[in-house]
Design a binder for this molecule. Structure first.
Ligand code: ADP
Length: 309
C-alpha cells in the first residue's frame, strides 16, 4: 500500500465484509500507530470481532486494502502474525496441560525452539503473577489467573502488536485492575495494543485513542477526552426516583441544555450544574448524582440506549 505513514502498524482502507445480506464491516478506514493503545467500542453485533479477524487475516475481506506491520493482509498475514499476539474473547487454554506447558506448546506454533521458550517462561510467569502456579493444571486456576495466562501466552513470541478481544469480561474488579496494570506496562514498553471492550472505564483508562463502531461502521474516533468534549456537555446530573419523569416534564428543559429519560432516570447534560443542583436540593423526593461527563455518555449518545442482543 502506498503513502503508508511511517509509524502505522495497522492500516485499513475501505474494508468490507458481509455475511449473507448483512454488511458486518462496512467501508472501514482505520490507522493505528506504533505504541498506541487503541480501543474499539461498540454494542453487541457492531462488527468488532469481525474487524479484528479481518485485520489478523483470519477471514478474507470482500473488498478494501489492509496492511499489518507493513505486510499485505490477507496475502502475507501468516508472516505478519509472527509479530502479533492474540488474546481471544474466550480463554482457549489447553486444560490437559500445566501453566508452563501451555506456554511451551503455544511458542512452538511460532517456530520457537523449546530452549528459547523455556528461557522466556520465567519472565512470562512473573508478568502474569503465576510463578508459583508453574506446574498447576489449567482447570485449577481462577478466572483471573486464566486470563493472565492467556495474556502471557500471547506474549510468548515477544510480539509488536497485541490484539485483545474483551480482555477483562467476566473478571472481578481486583482481577481486572491487575490486567489493566499489565496492559499499561506493555504500552510503556512500546507495544501496540488493539482492544475491544464493553467497559467504558477500561477504555477511558487504557486507550490513547478510541473508535466507536456500530452497524459495521466507525462512527467517531479520537482520544477519550476529545470524544467527550465533542459530544457531551461537561457536566451530567442524573436524577432518579419514581417521580423523576414527572419532574423532567416540568423542569428539565429549564435547567438542562439537553436531557434524556431512561426508565426512572433522567440524564441532564449541562454546561454548569450549579443552578440545577440548587433546585434539586429543594426537591426532597428526588435523588440525584452530579458528575463529570464520561465515555459512557458518549457511547450511549452515539449508539442509543436500546438493548442489543
Ligand atoms: P461484535 O464483536 O461487535 O459483537 P461481531 O463482529 O461478532 O460483532 O458480529 C457482527 C455481526 O456479524 C453479527 O450480527 C454476527 O451475528 C455476524 N457474524 C459474525 N460472524 C459471522 C459468521 N461467521 N457467519 C455469519 N454471521 C456472522
Amino acid at each position: 500500500m502506498s503513502a503508508e505513514p511511517m509509524n502505522a502498524v495497522i492500516q485499513a482502507r475501505g474494508l468490507r465484509k458481509s455475511y449473507g445480506d448483512t454488511r458486518v464491516v462496512n467501508d472501514l478506514n482505520l490507522t493505528i500507530q506504533r505504541g498506541e493503545c487503541f480501543g474499539l467500542l461498540g454494542p453487541n453485533g457492531a462488527g468488532k470481532t469481525t474487524t479484528l479477524r479481518l485485520l489478523l487475516g483470519l477471514i478474507a475481506p470482500d473488498g478494501g486494502e489492509l496492511s499489518l506491520l507493513n505486510h499485505a493482509v490477507p496475502q502475507d498475514a501468516r508472516v505478519a502474525r509472527l509479530r502479533v499476539g492474540v488474546v481471544a474473547q474466550f480463554d482457549n487454554l489447553d486444560p490437559d496441560f500445566t501453566v508452563a506447558e501451555n506456554l511451551l506448546v503455544y511458542g512452538r506454533y511460532f517456530g520457537m525452539s523449546d530452549a528459547a521458550i523455556e528461557a522466556r517462561i520465567p519472565q512470562l510467569l512473573e508478568f502474569a503473577n503465576l510463578t508459583n502456579k508453574r506446574d498447576a493444571k489449567v482447570p485449577t486456576l481462577s478466572g483471573g489467573m486464566k486470563r493472565r495466562l492467556t495474556l502471557a501466552r500471547a506474549l510468548v513470541n515477544d510480539p509488536d502488536i497485541i490484539f485483545l478481544d474483551e480482555p477483562t469480561t467476566g473478571l472481578d474488579p481486583q482481577a481486572r485492575h491487575l490486567i489493566w496494570q499489565r496492559l499499561r506496562e506493555l504500552t510503556a514498553q512500546g507495544k501496540t495494543l488493539l482492544l475491544t471492550t464493553h467497559f467504558m472505564e477500561e477504555a477511558e483508562r487504557l486507550c490513547h485513542r478510541l473508535a466507536v463502531m456500530d452497524h459495521g461502521k466507525l462512527i467517531q474516533q479520537g482520544t477519550p477526552r476529545e470524544l467527550i468534549e465533542k459530544n457531551i456537555e461537561p457536566q451530567v446530573v442524573e436524577v432518579f426516583s419514581e417521580t423523576s419523569a414527572a419532574w423532567a416534564e416540568q423542569h428539565a428543559a429549564h435547567y438542562a441544555q439537553r436531557f434524556e429519560i431512561s426508565g426512572e432516570s433522567v440524564f441532564c447534560y449541562v454546561q454548569d450544574a450549579q443552578v440545577l443542583v440548587a433546585h434539586l436540593q429543594t426537591q426532597t423526593e428526588l435523588r440525584y448524582l452530579h458528575r463529570p461527563a464520561n465515555l459512557e455518555d458518549v457511547f450511549l449518545k452515539l449508539t442509543g440506549r436500546e438493548m442489543r442482543e
